[in-house]
Design a protein around this ligand. Structure first.
Ligand SMILES: C[S@@+](CC[C@H](N)C(=O)[O-])C[C@H]1O[C@@H](n2cnc3c(N)ncnc32)[C@H](O)[C@@H]1O
Length: 280
């Protein structure tokens, strides 16, 4: 396990993932019923952009390109407001939150968070971050095993975020498919959101075939390409696949995604796509 998210915090991939996450949590907390938030690969929860992130500078092509944007539409606006309100960010962009921090800010007192993180360093930071938050439990374990153990949730309502490091490259897709097949058997009505990298388009075909088949319902594919999708050597774009997506998630996200492609695109072919792979 070599992956360290601190090097990548706030890059364009985090931005897309976190804007979609904000849209999902806003949609699912509209109903006055408790929600379980389950995260399989949680990371450290909070990142100092002057540390390891500054060594790669990836955040400069991500969150930094949005920093002067005020009055942004929909979930992008909520996301930027949350990041600006982070302690230390009042005057300059100094810190970037992870998905567990964003989720904890948006969830309500009666909701619950279960966070799995396998690496000791980030797991410790995560535990410290949420020491005083009784809604949160951090577990130092494999995320796929954790998801199996957490389902079905007592609330009977859950959002799960699956955000693995893809160290095993294309094999990670097979692990995701197996994990979600099992999760759906245990809890068919959960909302499952998966982040995935896009290098070469053709490599995604088996995963998209799996997503569109298997009796899955309401499957939305949301992608942001900042470069053309034809090189296996670099991260050209990324996507979020949402199973059991709220019916209007595409409409909620569309104005935000248009801004993201304008601001984060690094090539005239930069683009965003939303497509229902399955819909009742
Ligand atoms: C992409 S990062 C997560 C970022 C986080 N979801 C966010 O958006 O802020 C992936 C994380 O998975 C952790 N990890 C790697 N293998 C794991 C496993 N088998 N189970 C749980 N966590 C794992 C890594 O240590 C890393 O912190």
């Amino acid at each position: 396990m070599n992956y360290r998210h601190a090097f990548h915090a706030g890059n364009f991939a985090d931005v897309l993932k976190h804007v979609v996450l904000v849209a999902l949590i806003e949609a699912l907390t509209r109903k006055d019923k408790p929600l379980a938030y389950l995260e399989t690969h949680a990371g450290a929860g909070l990142y100092d952009l002057g540390g390891e992130a500054a060594r790669t500078g990836e955040f400069r092509d991500g969150i930094a390109r949005l920093w002067d944007l005020h009055g942004a539409p929909g979930p992008l606006g909520s996301y930027l407001d949350l990041i600006r309100a982070l302690e230390g960010n009042a005057r300059v962009l100094a810190r970037y939150p992870g998905s567990p921090w964003l989720a904890a800010r948006l969830l309500r007192p009666g909701d619950r968070l279960r966070l799995a993180e396998l690496a000791e360093g980030p797991a410790r930071v995560l535990e410290a971050l949420f020491r005083d938050d009784r809604r949160v439990r951090v577990e130092r374990r494999d995320g796929y095993g954790a998801l199996r153990a957490w389902l079905p949730p007592p609330e009977r309502r859950a959002l799960a975020l699956v955000d693995p490091p893809f160290e095993s490259q294309l094999d990670e897709f097979r692990a995701i498919e197996a994990s979600l097949d099992e999760a759906l058997r245990r809890f068919a009505t959960g909302v499952y959101a998966v982040w995935y990298p896009i290098k070469r388009r053709a490599d995604l075909n088996p995963f998209m075939r799996w997503a569109a088949a298997g009796g899955h319902r309401h499957v939305l594919r949301i992608e942001l390409m900042v470069l053309p999708d034809n090189s296996p050597l670099r991260l050209n774009g990324c996507g979020m696949l949402v199973l059991n997506a709220p019916f209007d998630l595409d409409r909620t996200l569309a104005p935000s995604l248009r801004v993201l492609v304008d601001r984060l695109g690094r090539d005239p072919r930069a683009a965003t796509t939303m497509e229902w792979l399955a819909r009742d």
